[in-house]
Design a protein around this ligand. Structure first.
Ligand code: SAH
Length: 230
């Protein structure tokens, strides 16, 4: 099996590269892909750079160039629900693009013709994630993730995301990966550990907790990979 693991920022994949230890670097589209042989399988790890376009390119490269059969995203996000606190880990049950707006033509926010507002992540991978969480006694939360090319750091915008999309978490890449995987029919799941609450203090919180939250997600993803390859 070939598994692709994507982060947005270097900090999000560093813990994974440390865990796996030995890798070969392959450059494609000015993007480093770290190739690892593990348990008779291949893993490709890369950080895409921030934003949906970069994430979509990395996911496409993983699938179309390297032949990855499953995609896992590991990273951090802003928590929109009161029970999603810094360091908590969540999976996205479905994802949307909160910055898509062609409502001038009567379409709902987040909707693109011939596409859909929400893209479901893979239910089998999510079930495996729930089992891994149980096995390792790790609390795993779930919810809707809204992605957009904006760092959300305001109570007002946060409220709007909750009211408009029912979003529980916000980040900048998940939906880009979701669109690519959905169209190319490759199962994917999105793990995010909370780095901030997308409010007025989000930037300070993000800087303080990026590394520790990225590690929470990466450690879980390692356990997920072990379960997928057993
Ligand atoms: N400090 C960085 C920019 C971080 S952007 C720099 O200066 O380069 C935030 C990253 O973390 C994105 O990859 C996004 O997916 C995620 N993220 C965490 N909290 C977020 C929030 N409140 N809003 C949007 N994205 C968030």
């Amino acid at each position: 099996m070939k598994i692709g693991i994507i982060g947005a920022m270097r900090e999000e994949i560093t813990p994974l590269l440390e865990i796996f230890g030995t890798y070969k670097e392959i450059i494609l589209g000015d993007n480093s892909f770290y190739n690892i042989f593990y348990k008779n399988s291949e893993i490709y790890i890369a950080y895409s750079k921030i934003g949906k376009v970069h994430a979509a390119l990395t996911a496409s490269g993983m699938i179309l160039h390297f032949g990855c059969e499953k995609i896992i995203f590991s990273g951090v996000a802003g928590g929109l629900r009161a029970d999603l606190k810094v360091g908590d880990l969540m999976i996205a049950t479905k994802l949307c693009q909160h910055d898509v707006d062609i409502s001038a033509f009567g379409h709902p926010l987040g909707f693109i013709p011939e596409s859909k507002i929400y893209i479901q992540s893979d239910s089998k991978l999510n079930d495996i994630a729930r089992l891994v969480a149980k096995k390792h006694d790790t609390p795993l939360k779930e919810g809707i993730i809204a992605s957009g090319d904006q760092f959300i750091a305001s109570a007002e915008k946060k409220r709007w995301l909750i009211e408009t999309f029912g979003a529980d978490g916000v980040e900048m890449e998940g939906a880009g990966v979701a669109v690519v995987c959905d169209l190319l029919k490759v199962p994917f799941c999105i793990f995010r550990s909370i780095s901030d609450s997308a409010d007025g203090e989000a930037d300070v919180s993000f800087d303080e907790f990026l590394d520790s939250s990225a590690r929470v997600s990466a450690n879980f993803v390692k356990n997920m990979v072990d379960t997928l390859l057993q």
